[in-house]
Write a protein that binds this ligand. Structure first.
Ligand SMILES: N[C@@H](CCC(=O)N[C@@H](CS)C(=O)NCC(=O)O)C(=O)O
Length: 331
């Protein structure tokens, strides 16, 4: 986990802070009106060299996701880019969540679960005061949840499943670029990926304004950075691009209105918008981006923000419009 993500997740008041139900009620992870994300409880590691109880094996692990969730979306994109579809199976929950948490539309054929909570409780019956979150990884051999530690799920796919990557898979986390990728990820996590939640879940004006200011300061900086380069780091596609993309994909459809991140829209940033369309033009990104599920999840599930549950029809946005990013570097 990056330094910032660690700091953020372990912020005072969260470790023993108890439940934070972001279903129909107000999230309880609040401190002076500020949203503080709960720490990830399951932090097992799948390892290539078998140095942990979870060796990397084909067909053994199941990734559980929602198409709505940006943290889960990352893991789906990386799984596709690396060609791990037949190695790590995928289970998808229904986008609408109620007070019982995430639910599978049909009982999950591999785990047998109807609710995601069943898998958390099968692993730890004492897991009663925290949220049952996606993404998480289930081990079919031990019948246990390995991890819900979202920053590490993608890097684990990248570094521990190398033997199973498709032959021409991109190296999304090249060793030489890791310090720069981690640095960009820290900023993007704090002010953008989690920043939109800090704005949307804020219950105090100053907390909201702080989050929005930090968010748009970073977006302005990224707009400049992307003026002269096709990608965020090293002018090649990396983990950093995947992480930024999942927030950009939700920005105008959800965060601009629902989370009040409305100083500007994504489409108002020529470079960021072209960059987002460039990524969306690839099937690994487009096929995993489900705008309908994204909108229905946020607008229906967060009743404390949108009591009517009405899902807006717009915005009308052409994600397939041509982009001019190829002039800045190779695919
Ligand atoms: N595991 C992290 C991040 C993942 C996360 O927040 N996932 C959301 C969906 S985007 C979730 O599963 N929420 C379930 C709930 O709030 O009940 C956390 O606990 O904060």
């Amino acid at each position: 986990m990056s330094a910032q993500e660690k700091t953020q997740e372990n912020a005072p008041g969260t470790a023993s802070g108890g439940a934070a139900q972001m279903t129909s009620g107000v999230p309880k992870e609040l401190k002076a009106g500020r949203f503080v994300r709960q720490p990830n409880r399951f932090t097992g590691r799948i390892t290539a060299d078998g140095s942990s109880p979870y060796p990397a094996e084909a067909g053994r692990y199941r990734l559980l996701v929602s198409y709505a969730c940006p943290w889960a979306h990352r893991s789906m994109i990386v799984r596709r880019l690396l060609g791990l579809e037949d190695v790590i199976t995928l289970g998808v929950v229904d986008p609408i969540r109620d007070e019982r948490g995430w639910r599978f539309p049909e009982p999950d054929p591999v785990t047998g679960a109807t609710f995601l909570s069943e898998l958390y409780l099968a692993t730890d019956p004492g897991y009663t005061s925290s949220r049952f979150t996606v993404p998480c990884v289930w081990d079919t051999t031990t019948g246990r949840l390995v991890t819900n530690d979202f920053p590490h799920i993608t890097t684990m796919f990248e570094t521990e499943f190398g033997a199973f990557h498709r032959p021409d898979a991109p190296d999304l986390y090249p060793e030489k670029l890791r310090p720069e990728i981690d640095e960009v990820n820290d900023l993007v996590y704090t002010t953008v990926n989690n920043g939109v939640y800090m704005a949307g879940f804020a219950r105090a004006q100053d907390a909201y304004e702080e989050a929005v200011d930090a968010l748009f300061t970073t977006l302005d900086r990224l707009e400049e950075r992307l003026a002269g380069q096709r990608y965020l780091v090293g002018n090649r596609l990396t983990e950093a691009d995947v992480r930024l993309y999942t927030t950009l994909a939700r920005f105008d459809a959800v965060y601009h209105g629902h989370f009040k991140c409305n100083l500007r829209r994504l489409v108002d940033y020529p470079n960021l918008w072209g960059y987002a369309r460039d990524l969306y033009s690839r099937p690994e990104f487009a096929d995993t981006t489900d705008f309908d599920q994204i909108k229905r999840h946020y607008y229906v599930t967060h009743k404390f923000i949108n009591p009517s549950g009405i899902v807006p029809k717009g915005p009308i946005t052409d994600w397939t419009a041509p982009h001019d990013r190829a002039r800045l570097g190779p695919v």
